[in-house]
Design a protein around this ligand. Structure first.
Ligand code: IPD
Ligand code: CA
Ligand code: CA
Ligand code: CA
Length: 260
């Protein structure tokens, strides 16, 4: 039932990825700051969101859109809402580092039914449709079904996290969690894209993930991908935007002993 919408979401993600790659490591990035000096945006963020919002408006004029750069568009009454992070990992992108992705989710009556996370430089496409499992397509290979990892011990786990941008106003910057958990895990990664981190957990490439102060556009698509891959997402706290722990059920329980 959602296959056509998935196909459309994949097409939008691939076209947005072409914009990312066109400006990547070029002198045309037009890097600007947003909320503070730590929070950057580029021409590629804005142009790829305009492209995606334009494609949605043309094909599904009655659908609403929430995007990081453009905010809410379309009717708030619509049953359908696209949640778009046109470029997740802008700090990496602006530095010329290869981990960045486009994240596109579609919600029907508030429930996420389609999720696409596409990392154009890495040529990795993660997809999920509610009830139909999660898939990873690498380059021109056929898509393969993905499953969350099975490790149950933190000692053998490699987990990822990130750090909020609002550190100038909020001293609670997640470093205490890192300090608490690091003695108990094999290693911690900061890859730089929440959507990609969570998708890697879905594919068993990372064993767990937590982060504070995220937004809907960072997590919507990847959460569906993770759940469809058998993973668990749980709320860590409610006072810092979206703050979550993700992994298989056992690892999430272990991580919660140290992160808060
Ligand atoms: C950011 C990335 C980063 C995470 C930040 C996000 P953006 O998104 O996902 O990994 O640590 O919290 O805001 O701004 O690059 O789209
Ligand atoms: Ca941003
Ligand atoms: Ca983001
Ligand atoms: Ca973004």
């Amino acid at each position: 039932m959602y296959e056509e919408l998935l196909e459309f979401a994949v097409r939008m993600a691939r076209e947005a990825g072409r914009i990312h790659l066109a400006y990547f490591r070029s002198d045309k990035l037009a890097i600007r700051t947003k909320s503070n000096v730590y929070d950057v945006v580029t021409r590629a963020d804005k142009e790829s969101e305009e492209l995606i919002a334009g494609m949605i408006a043309e094909r599904y004029p009655d659908h609403a859109v929430l995007g990081e750069e453009g905010g809410s568009r379309g009717s708030a009454e619509s049953d359908w809402r696209w949640v778009v992070d046109p470029l997740d990992g802008t700090t990496n992108y602006s530095q010329g580092l290869p981990v960045f992705a486009v994240s596109i989710a579609l919600q029907h009556k508030g429930e996420t039914v389609v999720g696409v996370v596409y990392a154009p430089y890495l040529n990795e496409l993660f997809t999920a449709v509610k009830g139909s499992g999660a898939f990873l397509q690498y380059a021109s290979r056929e898509p393969e079904r993905i499953r969350v990892g099975e490790k149950q011990a933190l000692a053998t786990s490699v987990i990822a996290t990130g750090f909020p941008y609002d550190k100038d106003v909020n001293p609670d910057n997640n470093s205490d969690n890192v300090a608490r958990i690091i003695p108990y895990v094999r290693d911690v990664r900061r890859l730089g894209s929440a959507a990609y981190d969570i998708s890697c957990v879905a594919a068993g490439l990372l064993d767990g993930y937590w982060e504070l102060a995220l937004h809907e556009w960072d997590v919507c698509a990847a959460e569906l991908i993770l759940r469809e891959a058998g993973g668990v997402v749980c709320d860590l706290r409610r006072d810092r935007g979206i703050s979550i722990v993700a992994g298989n059920a056992g690892i999430v329980e272990e991580m919660r002993k140290y992160v808060r």
